[in-house]
Each structure stands twice: as C-alpha cells, then as structure tokens.
Ligand binder design. Structure first.
Ligand SMILES: [Zn+2]
Ligand SMILES: [Zn+2]
Length: 184
C-alpha cells in the first residue's frame, strides 16, 4: 500500500460528532528524501464536525537517518500525530461547490475526492518537518576522529586531542585584559 486513501463519502453524510477509527497497517510509500525502514502503522480517527471532518492521526513511522557526527545510518522512530480540520469541495447533500465559502481555508485542507481522500501527503509533510536537522545516532555520539578517520564509538584510536594547556590560562587572561584596556 503506497497511498493512504480513505473513503469519507459515507461519513460526510452522518451527523456531527460521528466518528470512525481506522487501523492503518502496511502503508509503505516511496518518497524522495525520506527513507522508511518499516511500513507506517497506527490509527486514523475521523470525526464529522461542522461542514467538514476532523482528522486525528496517531501513526508511527521508522525512518533511516545519517548521524551528523559519525556518518553511520541509524533508524529513528517518528510519531505522526496531528489533528486537522478538512473540508469537502462539494456539499454532498446539495451537490453544490463549497469552495467559495472557504476562501480563508488553506487549500491543503480540502477534500477533493470524497471516495479517495488521500492523507499521504499530510503524513509525508509531517515526517519531513519531524526530521532532525542534526541527527545523532546516540546523544553522546563521539563522531569520527579528525586525525585517523576512525569511528570513535567503536574503536579507540590513539590520536591525542589538542586540549588547551592550563598553564597558559594566566597569560591568556593577561592578554584579554590588555585587549580590554586597549579598546576601552
Ligand atoms: Zn553517530
Ligand atoms: Zn584517531
């Protein structure tokens, strides 16, 4: 299953407050820039409200990321949880277009096709914004040694880190003091 297309034609004709809960299994789309390591699963709840439908997503995805420190690939869980109000383009009872009434509504939240209400893109966007800018395989990832290139999480290299010499501290403080006086 590479799309998350739901039929909401029936629900739109129900009274406000009617809800449906759909178990989602095996949703495995191909998306550029997102590499899923397992199918997306969980539940979608749809609640009829006003002239539209409230969509509550409670899905879980597992994506592959590249650690920004050691450059290893690792899997990370992403919770796809959102709640959005969606409006149909057409009033099913009258067959009249509803679009003009909703000029202030983001076109992203319109139901274009009530038999194939596709939430794939909403899920993709949610995963996209949940991806960390600087992914780390573990909070304390030691990264790669700049000297020998060894992954310092798995091997102990013998390269010596340049650490600031504590004996230089008083001299550095004196230099900073001189700098402050010069610019004062
Ligand atoms: Zn790492
Ligand atoms: Zn090294």
């Amino acid at each position: 299953m590479d799309r998350l297309a739901l039929n909401v034609a029936g629900l739109l004709q129900e009274t406000s407050g009617t809800s449906r809960r759909l178990e989602i299994k095996g949703f495995l789309p191909r998306w550029d820039g997102i590499s899923l390591v397992a199918p997306i699963e969980g539940a979608i709840e749809l609640v009829r409200a006003g002239k539209g439908i409230v969509v509550r997503s409670d899905l879980q995805a597992a994506i592959e990321l590249t650690c920004c420190r050691c450059l290893d690939a690792f899997a990370a869980d992403v919770l796809v949880q959102f709640e959005e109000m969606y409006y149909p383009l057409v009033d099913l009872a009258t067959g009249m277009a509803l679009r003009l009434e909703y000029d202030d509504i983001d076109p992203e939240f319109l139901i274009e096709n009530v038999d194939q209400f596709d939430l794939s893109d909403a899920v993709r966007q949610h995963i996209e914004i949940s991806q960390p800018l600087m992914p780390r395989c573990q909070p304390e990832c030691l990264g790669i040694c700049p000297e020998c290139g060894a992954d310092r999480n798995s091997s102990l290299c013998t390269c010596v880190e340049e650490t600031p010499d504590i004996r230089m501290a008083p001299i550095q403080e004196m230099l900073r003091q001189m700098e402050r006086e010069r610019t004062a």
